[in-house]
Design a protein. Structure first.
Length: 114
């Protein structure tokens, strides 16, 4: 089963260039962990104002297990710490990508066509 996910977070205006630069050269360990956690077709879009939208497909059978493995990877946590400093979360009470109630806001899918 394929699950399509879309999420948003806000980018700090002062961090636009740094965010684009680090995503032009994502660390190999992070890319490998994304793949190992059954995430495919991952894209990030920026509206050139403030909002970043990520979309991806998850093709696994244990979402919780995959996300736990992702969050336990030290290199992923280092990446998240770096990119979180460039962002403002729209989630009330958000602490970081690694802790708290979440960092990116998950969007509800209202339409899709194959």
């Amino acid at each position: 089963m394929v699950r399509r996910i879309a999420q948003i977070v806000h980018l700090k205006p002062s961090a636009v260039e740094a965010y684009k630069k680090c995503h032009a050269a994502v660390w190999p360990e992070v890319l490998q962990q994304i793949q190992d956690c059954n995430i495919t077709d991952y894209s990030i879009f920026f509206d050139n104002d403030r909002t970043i939208c990520a979309t991806f497909k998850w093709v696994g059978s244990d979402w919780g297990g995959d996300m736990k493995r992702m969050s336990e990877n030290p290199k992923v946590r280092e990446w998240w710490a770096m990119t979180d400093r460039m962002q403002d979360s729209p989630i009330p009470g958000a602490v970081s990508s690694a802790e708290g109630p979440g960092w990116w806001k998950v969007l509800d899918e209202v339409f899709h066509t194959d």
